[in-house]
Design a protein around this ligand. Structure first.
Ligand code: DAH
Length: 340
């Protein structure tokens, strides 16, 4: 009986092995034959009921069947492995005769690109680049800049307050006092970075960018400030750019000026970018108010300083003829691709 069963099992299992297509099929057959309740395992277990004289014959047949099945399995495994590998190679085949798609070039966003250009120009003039916190104290943003609490000049900057003493900096001028407290004059620094005001229209965004410049030394004058700004403007907008200085007011500079340049789009003739005036208002600057120097621990009898503050969004818009500040913050790829 058991001998017939064994032969039958061999034929059935080998037939199944021949029909197997995948490694998974082979795994299932192995389980069905050699597993805990597999056919061959059960038949081997039946040996204990076989009579003593039949036992060697049955034992020999079990081994023969096991060997035959194992051999068939090994051969099938090899065959399936080869077939799977061939399929994978076929799928991953690269057609080297296909035309190339070309390399897509990225480009800097207009704001970091302007920051890079201005930093290069200023570093070339001996400035070092520093950074300051965007979440700033009322002291550095206002008080140390000679803008006391409740002073009307605070109205010029609609500020985001976090609490009575902490705010999102409304001007990079806040780094002036921080640097004056820790640096020994003479020094020349610039600080580019994000600034925040509650303002939003086609030329204002609640998040915008400024670059602050500060020079502290003995005997610096308005003439030094004007010549420094002339060099920076000409390097940024071109040698033929006209520069105009106008008197202005800032609490932290005395005297204060504002600086205009001839419109690079119409070269002074008047167009929509400069609203027909031929000139563009670009930055505020001035001689650092001695009160500001003293508050930060610098001897105003020995040292003087000048400072300037660029609006970088406006600079990026002018350099790239961008009509609305919102384009700078939408991250629309179609717009950014034109900035290459
Ligand atoms: N902080 C000023 C503003 O945001 C700009 C400015 C004006 C900066 C004069 C300066 C300066 O350093 O001297 O409107």
């Amino acid at each position: 009986m058991i001998l017939d069963e064994l032969k039958c099992t061999q034929v059935q299992v080998i037939d199944e092995i021949n029909n197997a297509k995948t490694m998974k099929d082979i795994g299932e057959i192995k389980g069905k034959v050699f597993g805990k309740n597999g056919v061959l395992t059960s038949l081997s277990r039946g040996m204990k009921d076989v009579s003593a004289e039949e036992r060697p014959k049955v034992g020999a047949l079990i081994n023969e069947v096991r060997n035959a099945i194992e051999k068939a399995l090994a051969e099938k495994e090899q065959e399936v492995e080869n077939a799977e590998l061939a399929l994978k190679l076929e799928k991953e085949k690269i057609d080297i005769t296909e035309p190339a798609q070309g390399v897509k070039k990225g480009a800097l966003h207009p704001i970091p690109s302007v920051i890079d250009r201005l930093c290069d120009i200023c570093v070339g003039l001996g400035f070092s680049v520093v950074e300051g916190p965007e979440v700033e104290s009322d002291y550095y943003n206002f008080e140390a800049m000679n803008i006391p609490k409740n002073h009307p000049s605070r109205d010029m900057q609609d500020t985001f307050f976090i609490n009575d003493n902490i705010l999102l900096r409304s001007q990079t001028s806040a780094v002036q006092a921080r640097e004056m407290e820790v640096k020994k004059p003479p020094f020349k620094i610039i600080c580019p970075g994000k600034t925040y005001r509650n303002d939003s229209d086609s030329t204002h965004s609640p998040v915008f960018h400024q670059l602050e410049g500060l020079v502290i030394d003995e005997n610096v004058s308005m003439a030094d400030l004007k010549s420094m700004l002339t060099i920076i403007m000409k390097r940024l907008y071109g040698e033929d750019t006209e520069i105009r200085f106008r008197p202005s007011f800032f609490p932290f500079t005395e005297p204060s000026i504002e600086v205009d340049v001839s419109c690079p789009t119409c070269h002074g003739k008047g167009c929509s970018l400069c609203k027909g005036t031929g000139m563009l208002e670009l930055l505020g600057a001035g001689i650092v108010n001695p009160k500001v120097l003293e508050m930060s621990g610098i001897d105003s009898k020995k040292y003087r300083g000048f400072a300037f503050g660029f609006g970088l969004d406006r600079t990026a818009m002018i350099l790239n003829s961008i009509g609305n500040i919102r384009y700078l913050y939408k991250n629309d790829k179609r717009f950014l691709e034109q900035m290459k």
